[in-house]
Structure formats: C-alpha cells, structure tokens
Design a protein around this ligand. Structure first.
Ligand code: CA
Length: 243
C-alpha cells in the first residue's frame, strides 16, 4: 500500500460482497477497512481519516441511516456511497436526505462500484485551485470547500456543495436537471430528477432560502434550476414596479 493511498471505509454485513468489493478496491490501490456492522463502522470512522465511505443501508447493530447521520455530524464533506438492496426510489431519497452523495442498488458488480469510487475521487480532484464567489450574504469558497451564510459557516455535503457551486458559477443561467446530474453526480443516473430536487431541497434548508421567495436558488418550472446573485436593493423595489 502506498502511503498516499486513498482510505476507504467499507461497511457491509454480507461477507461475500464485502470481500469481493474489498479485493477490487485493493487491486485499484485503495487502502480499505472492511467492517460488518454499524457499530464497528462508527468505531473505525473515529479511528482513521477516511477519504470515502461505502455504506450498506441494512446493517446489524446500528442501521446504515444511523451510521450515515453519525458520519455527517463528524464530517460534512467525506463522500458517502450508499448500498441499498431494495432499489426503491424512497430508499434512494432517504439516502440523499441523510447526506449520502451517491448510491448503488444491489445486486451490483464490484467493477461498477469501483467506477463510481473513481468518479467521486476524480470530481474531488478536478476542483479549481483558488476560487471564491462572493455574493454578500452568501460566500462560496470553492477551493476551501466551504460556504458562509450571513458570515456563518454552513456544512454542505459534497454533492450539495458541487450543485451550489455549479449553479453559482453562472448566475442567471438555467440548468436542466440532466445537466446538473452530469455535473454533480458525474454520470447518467436513473431517477435523476428526484435526486437533484432532493439535493436542492436540502441546500435551500441549509441556506435558509425560501422556495416561494428565493434569494438565490430559483426553480424554473418544467426545466430545472438557476442561481441569482442576490441584490437586496433591487428586490426591495420589485414589489412596487410589479404591476
Ligand atoms: Ca445488509
């Protein structure tokens, strides 16, 4: 193992799947810690700095949901890929609401999972060196991977951050959901609309952006979303000239 190898926490109670996935990741040069229950996952997460977590939803001792919440409390940016056996839209949405960045439905091929892992690391690596978008009440520090709302740090998941940064780099430009899926998740994705909607919903809650009277994130009905650089003066006079 190279000392600079990416560290992956693999949480899966089915030993055959865990061993197969671990073997694939190991062959790709990743450093893998595999555990078989939620309690062990939490303990390992506290012991090491992981670059990515692969997390089964149905786990003994502590559920994948609980583990996901725990990880997000500790670390808002480490990418999480959820493994779900059911493949129901509801399960996927739950995963994203918990702050997962991606999910994969069982049965899956370890090769596909490894491709997703690589895509996530590639996206993280492709971030520009120094970039700060300053919209006054909202400051997006792309290079530092953090945002300030009214001067306060707000934690976003990797996917929420990517979504916000994508929209905010081009204020006024309308992105359809498929474009956002490609930019944020990096590939074609079944059930994409609900996924992006779910990320936008989380983002709005964190930004304190009211969807009925948005400051920043605007829904473009039947198409997708756009970001606007908020200007209090213009918005204040808008009401009077509306009719
Ligand atoms: Ca399981």
């Amino acid at each position: 193992m190279a000392s600079d190898a990416k560290r992956i926490l693999l949480v899966e109670d089915e030993k055959a799947i865990r061993d197969a996935v671990a073997a694939y990741l190991d062959r790709e040069g990743y450093w893998v810690v595999g555990v078989g229950d939620g309690q062990a996952a939490v303990e390992e997460f506290e012991k090491h700095n992981f670059d990515l977590v692969i997390l089964d939803l149905m786990l003994p001792k502590l559920s994948g949901e609980r583990v996901c919440r725990f990880i997000r409390d500790k670390n808002s940016v480490v990418p999480i890929i959820m493994l779900t056996a059911k493949g129901e839209v509801e399960d996927r949405i739950i995963g994203f609401e918990l702050g997962a960045d991606d999910y994969i439905v069982k049965p899956f091929s370890p090769r596909e999972l490894v491709a997703r892992v690589r895509a996530i690391f590639r996206r993280a690596h492709a971030e520009p060196q120094v970039e700060v978008l300053d919209f006054g009440d909202l400051v997006i520090d792309i290079s530092g991977h953090k945002i300030l709302v009214d001067g306060k740090n707000v934690d976003l998941t990797a996917s929420e951050f990517k979504l916000l940064a994508t929209l905010a780099r081009h204020p006024g430009r309308v992105y359809n959901r498929m474009e956002l899926v490609e930019k944020v998740l990096g590939y074609d994705f079944e059930g994409y609309e609900r996924t992006i909607d779910s990320h936008v919903k989380n983002l709005r809650a964190k930004l304190g952006d009211d969807p009925r009277h948005p400051k920043w994130l605007f829904t473009v009905h039947g198409v997708g979303y756009r970001f606007e650089a908020y200007k209090p003066e213009e918005n204040a006079s808008e009401g009077a000239s509306d009719k």
